[in-house]
Design a binder for this molecule. Structure first.
Ligand code: HPA
Length: 274
């Protein structure tokens, strides 16, 4: 078995040979959030299954393509569909693409996700800029052998979401007439949604939105010194006292409706980068 740094090198070299040349911005798109892809002047698109060492996405709503192209003059690499812990992947697999994107040269990372809104001020379809997070996933992507080339063994997490990048998203959102809430994201394993008692608990410990992703990628980005910012789309309102059943189809539909605005905000910020 080749080591993780060797695998990253192999995958990076493969993508460079395929024409993924020095992207400056990485993008990870969440469940039901693919609209931004339409704003990319696509040079290359490769199915995850054709990329060495990449896990293969099993979730139907995820298309599973790595895309290289431009938004304005900014070169981007976008993951259309991410890997989730509930699919059975290890944390190393989930975060492997982030390490590869960094090795290819990205200088910032934007992430989106679909999340349940527990803050009563948040309504379906609202956008929430992540300000901080609580990791309740049972595993950590930095556990195990430490490779000094990745960054510190004990990364600081006092500002997991880059204030400047986050501010740019807020400015673009305000200009688009859709200001972002600010909130704390908590990650759980899923794939089941939460019980009323669990929503009550997650709210009590200080979270505003709940989802099943993003934090592993953000931890790895922080370890590598890669500035990142993330936005959640509130796809369901998680009020434990008035909880209504929700189906994944509805979550995807609500994400789809907010997708245009969110993609516009991301594209605006990305196009302004150099
Ligand atoms: N809980 C967890 N993950 C989610 C939810 C939720 O209510 N909605 C969208 N993703």
């Amino acid at each position: 078995m080749t080591s993780l740094p060797e695998q990253i090198n192999e995958t990076t070299r493969f993508l460079q040979q395929q024409g993924f040349e020095t992207p400056t911005t990485g993008i990870v798109l969440g469940t039901g959030l693919g609209e931004l892809i339409k704003k990319i002047d696509i040079r290359k698109s490769i199915s995850y299954k054709d990329i060495p060492h990449f896990p293969v996405s099993t979730v139907e709503s995820h298309k599973g393509h790595l895309i290289f192209g431009h938004i304005g003059r900014t070169s981007v690499i976008a993951m259309q569909g991410r890997f989730h812990y509930y699919e059975g992947y290890s944390m190393q697999q989930i975060t492997f693409p982030i390490r590869v994107m960094k090795a290819l040269g990205i200088q910032q990372l934007l992430l989106s996700n679909a999340a349940g809104g527990m803050n009563p001020a948040f309504k379906k379809g609202d956008l929430v800029l992540l300000d901080d997070h609580i990791n309740l996933l049972p595993e950590n992507p930095l556990r195990g052998a430490h490779h000094p080339s990745f960054g510190p063994r004990f990364p600081d997490m006092s500002r997991p979401y880059d204030p400047q990048l986050s501010q740019k998203l807020q400015v673009a959102a305000e200009a688009a007439g859709k200001p972002l809430h600010k909130g704390i994201y908590v990650a759980v394993t899923g794939p089941n949604l939460e019980t009323r008692a669990e929503y009550r608990f997650l709210r009590l410990i200080g979270a505003d939105v709940v989802g099943m992703s993003t934090i592993p990628e953000v931890i790895v980005a922080n370890q590598m010194g890669l500035p990142c910012a993330a936005v959640s789309v509130v796809t369901d309102e998680c009020d434990p006292d008035n909880l209504v059943p929700v189906a994944i189809e509805e979550i995807i539909a609500v994400a789809g409706k907010a997708d245009k605005v969110l993609s516009g905000i991301f594209a605006e910020v990305i196009a302004e980068m150099t």
